[in-house]
Design a protein around this ligand. Sequence first.
Ligand code: FES
Length: 218
Amino acid sequence: MSGHSQSNQDPGTPGEQSRRQFLANASLAIGGVIGLVIAVPCAASLIPESLLKPGTGGGTWAPLSSNELKSFEANTDSPVKMTFGFQYQDGYLPPAEDEQFVWGVKLSPDQVASFRTNRPDLFANPAGKVDYPAIVMNFVIFSSVCPHLGVRYNWDAGAKRFICPGHGSQFSLQGARLAGPAPRGLDPLPFRAQNGKAEVTWIQYKAQEPDRIIVAYS
Ligand code: FES
């Protein structure tokens, strides 16, 4: 996409550079699709064809640990940090393993209703909304990348909000921006079923933009 050429022209901040390195690695991952596998029954694939272009499918899948899975299914008042491994190859170096993470939020029925109200950026704003269901089977998966400058944010259990150590941006459990310089709320990732298992695909959105502009997807 054009986002690749834009990002190559500007070296950016250390956070952006680190993110680009991850994306460069991810783009070389076997098959290109990064996924989590969790043992929840799901409907058919929900990732739109427009995102999964020919040649990008395949899959490097990693199972959630049983503890993560139990936490994810049971928690509706706090998120679950879910790690996954993927294999990548950098140039002529041998294939290597890397690990990344996303945040999973299980919504109660009431929270599903309020999510649409609390996240108008995903549903009402044509330029910022996502081209796939943000909620699947009452689950939302958030990219771990802060939409300000790409630092990995964390969940603060005391404050009951996500807080980014980069520049202090804060987000609600549903990913709505509460404070700080982040230009938008947290970015959900596509979540779908594959052979009875659930998978998430990694999408990189452009930092520092109020709207969601896809830089790359894996
Ligand atoms: S990277 Fe600046 S607030 Fe997160």
